[in-house]
Design a protein around this ligand. Structure first.
Ligand code: ZN
Length: 171
């Protein structure tokens, strides 16, 4: 499964209208043929859209052109994706869920508890203190490089979109 990175969208995927500065719109991840694709929609198209294979979505706002560009990762969104991936048997999704767990541990949202074996499979057990929940995460035993690449793909796929022009003008 490959991630199709579609970052920095500045127009609606449906009506192709350019987003205006400070316009609210919706970003969504779709699970299509075992690939995640990212699409952005203006509010009108979002309302009337037929959203087959919708996996997760969030509301966002076009930055103002004269403002410095900020990129941030929405932790709640990562948690949402992590929860939605629970139970998936598909290799890439399991790897992804593991990487998201590592990320959430690094961000101190999860606490690593221990490792557990069940029928020759290894799981990391993490604690989400805020809701007093424990999650079992399949340990796919992937190397550092794969973790890095999954992390950067994930971050690029869900990051706050930016306008290429403002990046250039602020450089
Ligand atoms: Zn539209």
């Amino acid at each position: 499964m490959e991630w199709r990175i579609n970052k920095g969208n500045t127009e609606c995927s449906a009506c192709v209208k350019k987003f205006k500065e400070e316009e609210d719109y919706y970003s969504a991840l779709f699970d299509e043929n075992e690939n995640f694709t990212r699409k952005d929609f203006c509010a009108d198209c979002w309302k009337k859209g037929t959203l087959d294979n919708l996996f997760s979505f969030w509301k966002t706002k076009m930055p103002r052109q004269d403002k410095p560009v900020q990129k941030f990762v929405n932790i709640d969104l990562i948690l949402d994706i992590f929860c939605r991936l629970e139970g998936s048997e598909e290799t890439h999704k399991r790897n992804l869920r593991y990487v998201l767990a590592l990320y959430l541990i690094r961000k101190k949202l999860f606490k690593f508890k221990n490792l557990q074996k069940q029928e020759d499979k290894e799981f990391i057990v993490v604690q989400y203190s805020k809701e007093d929940k424990e999650y079992f995460v399949f340990n796919p035993d992937i190397n550092e490089e794969e973790i890095e690449s999954l992390t950067s793909e994930m971050v690029q796929l869900i990051e706050y979109p930016y306008m290429e022009q403002s990046i250039l003008s602020n450089a």
